[in-house]
Design a protein. Structure first.
Length: 759
């Protein structure tokens, strides 16, 4: 029988994109784009994913935003492997907005199915239906650690199809059957004769191979190797790659005064005072929009600094905030109360945990909390828009280019196809650039100056105070142990705002009010531990603080709640935390293997000597399953009287399926660990009197280089389909550190950021 949740999730498929891993449509339909990419002169596009120039240079067409995660390199590796070209001959350009590039992997992850259900009949049906529906929408999106998974099949198929077309074209030149030719290093070879790809691109473009064979993984020469990243040199020499680097002829720059408190609006301001200042060209009042950009006043000037300085001259009078009584303490009280009294919507229910808890040999209860977090991307929000009659151009870095384009069209009252998007690299995303508020704001400012390109740049203070934050959350957990110390029942009830529901309203996805938001509860109900009676539920809370997707989304805090609580149960059972976890993973050998590898490489079970400073150290362990990948971490920590919590080493083991680009995976793990430590040790957005009081790195510190630990990464060899790695190493960091601190101090820290009480 189809349950209500299943039906709603089928409907949720309408928010998604094109399937690339399933054969729902003929290969040619999945490979051929309606819109041509912006390619170098003379280059011939062989399909929607690649083109070749007469000199043999291969241009890979990427629908994925490059924001430091290395997807342009990984995608190029997949294409080059099957195309049989030297990797050094490959470059990457951004794809046009086209339905063939839609991201089905991220959408499929939104289905609230336990990973164990993915291959079940229900799981396969839901994936198929979601993909089938999503194909008509074609949402270009980079997020959810989905990029490699999303292009794994189609990128290789694109390369292989082009290879077969080139072989057919060369065979016709040679006057021999195609099966007597082979492709190698950008050339087609027949006996002692050969011809370069660039010499036959026109003939190859006319070929339509009926059958395409992918390479045997045993013969991979690029996939699985530590090739150099394609963007390393350009970034190293400071090339203008990012939206903030843009410099167009006649371009003006704008700074925006936004409300000092939640819900405030400008009542009046002194326009002429600002216009009288050097360089100032215009003052533009902003109403704000449904895209999340708040009301305010923009100053447009010859330089951004002139515009920023002129904001003070406006002397804006703001309306009182309707949320003046709101502060961080009140928010946490509300979340605690809801978690305590509202059983919420169950995401997974196995057995009858309430009944089992009544007869358990030992019952443990705990309450956990996490604060709002900002994204703090290195490149603050910015976008450039130029309007010209019935058309417009947009320059920005976006994780959702189609939605960004459409937002500009709405603000300017244009058809989306009248807006041309120029995508740039992103100086950090982490979910922040899934939003389109900064793009809509730039369009509103540019609307007042037709014909002139206007670049809106947020200051660091703006970027932190007007973020779409990781939701604050509270959780109530209860676990029961039998006489042998095994978990017999567990309940988890959490409360927070819904990031997906908030984001979908602002971006314009169209699905806002039905179906569960799995991101609120992910990180507990979807874990591999074998617990015979389980209830994991979540209650959505409405609060006026803007929230959105943050690196690893719900996993970022639910992993802290759950893995810390698993550790509590291990100590209550008087068992080694590693052995306790392994005893609950008997049916999940991949998870057990990852956990064992991390423990082995960290020296778990061996005596841990004091550090050079003479201070004792301790280890803590955590395991987490997210975005299809398993990550186990062992943190080695100490306490310093001056610096507080010190994390010296984090040993990581990861199982992410076949490692397409091992160097890129290690980089992602290292970055995620440092990002996770920033959040675990420092991250907290504070609110007082309805105002966000956190406004710069002095009040929102990131991990300093002197605090950074050694990050030791070990990748489990695998031939399975690749799974996500952009976010998966972040969730286990906080619980691993907290669990180590418990061993070291005897204090169980249940709130983030971690703070050890004075002893």
């Amino acid at each position: 029988m189809m349950r209500r949740r299943t039906f709603l999730l089928l409907g949720l498929g309408a928010t998604g994109a094109l399937v690339v891993g399933w054969s729902l449509v003929p290969p040619r339909q999945r490979l051929r784009a309606k819109h041509a990419a912006d390619l170098p002169d003379g280059t011939v596009q062989l399909n929607g994913w690649l083109a070749i120039a007469p000199d043999g240079t291969v241009t890979v067409i990427s629908p994925k935003a490059e924001m430091g995660q290395g997807i342009h390199t990984a995608l190029a590796m997949l294409v080059a492997e099957e195309l049989e070209v030297p990797f050094a001959s490959v470059q990457v350009v951004h794809a046009p907005i086209d339905t063939i590039y839609g991201n089905i992997a991220a959408l499929a992850d939104g289905l609230p199915l336990h990973p164990d259900q993915a291959t079940s009949a229900l799981g396969r049906t839901l994936h198929w239906f979601t993909a089938k529906t999503a194909r008509e929408i074609g949402v270009l999106m980079t997020g959810g650690s989905s990029s490699v998974r999303d292009v794994w099949a189609i990128a290789r198929e694109a390369g292989a199809t082009a290879r077969m077309a080139l072989i057919a074209a060369a065979a016709a030149r040679f006057g021999v059957p195609p099966d007597q030719c082979r492709a190698e290093r950008g050339r087609v070879i027949f006996g002692d004769r050969s011809i370069g790809y660039g010499e036959i691109i026109e003939e190859a473009a006319a070929q339509q191979p009926a059958k395409v064979a992918l390479k045997d993984p045993a013969g991979f020469t690029i996939i699985g190797r530590d090739v150099p990243r394609l963007d390393s040199r350009a970034k190293s020499v400071g090339a203008p790659l990012f939206g903030i680097d843009l410099a167009l002829p006649g371009m003006l720059q704008a700074a925006v005064a936004m409300p000092p408190a939640l819900g405030s609006r400008p009542v009046k301001f002194e326009k002429n005072a600002a216009l009288a200042l050097p360089g100032v060209k215009a003052v533009v009042p902003l109403e704000g929009s449904t895209h999340g950009d708040p009301p305010g006043v923009a100053v447009v000037a010859a330089t951004w600094w002139q515009a920023k300085q002129a904001l003070a001259a406006l002397k804006i009078e703001w309306s009182p905030s309707p949320h003046a009584a709101l502060d961080s303490a009140a928010i946490q009280r509300t979340l605690r109360e809801v978690a305590e009294t509202n059983d919420g919507l169950p995401f997974r229910k196995v057995g009858n945990p309430v009944e089992v808890l009544q007869t358990a040999a030992k019952v443990i209860e705990a309450r956990y909390e996490a604060p709002y977090l900002a994204h703090a991307t290195m490149e603050p929000m910015n976008a450039t828009v130029r309007t010209e009659g019935d058309s417009a151009e947009l320059w920005c870095g976006s994780q959702v280019p189609r939605f960004a384009r459409d937002a500009v069209a709405r603000v300017l009252d244009l058809d989306p196809h009248q807006v041309t998007l120029h995508q740039s690299l992103l100086g950090g995303g982490f979910g922040r650039r899934l939003e389109v508020d900064y793009v809509a704001q730039a369009a509103a400012v540019a609307k007042a100056l037709p014909g002139t390109p206007v670049q809106v740049i947020w200051s660091r203070e703006d970027d932190l105070r007007f973020d779409m934050y990781r939701p604050a959350a509270a959780s109530r957990l209860e676990g029961g142990l039998d006489a042998k110390g095994r978990i017999v029942a567990l309940t988890a009830h959490s409360a927070s705002q819904s990031a997906f529901r908030a984001l979908s309203k602002r971006v314009g996805i169209g699905i806002t009010s039905f179906g569960p938001d799995r991101t609120t509860a992910e990180g507990i109900w979807d874990q591999p531990y074998e617990i015979p009676a389980l209830r994991s539920a979540h209650a959505d809370v409405e609060l006026p603080v803007p929230v959105g997707s943050w690196r690893s989304v719900g996993h970022s805090h639910q992993a802290f709640f759950f893995e810390s609580f698993i550790d509590e149960l291990a100590h209550a059972a008087q068992q080694d935390p590693l052995a306790f976890r392994l005893s609950h993973l008997r049916e999940h050998p991949r998870a057990a293997r990852v956990l064992s590898l991390a423990a082995e490489r960290a020296g778990w079970g061996t005596a841990l000597a004091a550090g050079p400073d003479g201070r004792p150290r301790a280890r803590g362990v955590a395991l987490h399953w997210s975005f299809g990948s398993l990550v186990a971490q062992v943190a080695e920590v100490s306490l310093d009287a001056r610096q507080g919590i010190r994390v010296h080493r984090v040993t990581c083991a990861v199982d992410c399926g076949l490692a397409v680009h091992p160097r890129g995976i290690r980089q992602q793990v290292e970055g995620a660990v440092l990002d996770g430590l920033s959040a675990a040790l420092h991250g907290e957005i504070r609110i007082a009197d309805g105002r966000v009081t956190t406004s710069d790195f002095d009040t929102y510190p990131l991990l300093r280089i002197t605090e950074a630990p050694v990050v030791d990464v070990h990748i489990v060899p695998s031939t399975e389909v690749p799974t996500g790695m952009g976010e998966t190493a972040l969730p286990p960091v906080a619980p691993a550190v907290a669990n180590a601190l418990f061993v070291l101090t005897g204090q169980r820290l249940r709130a983030l950021p971690l703070r050890v009480a004075a002893r």
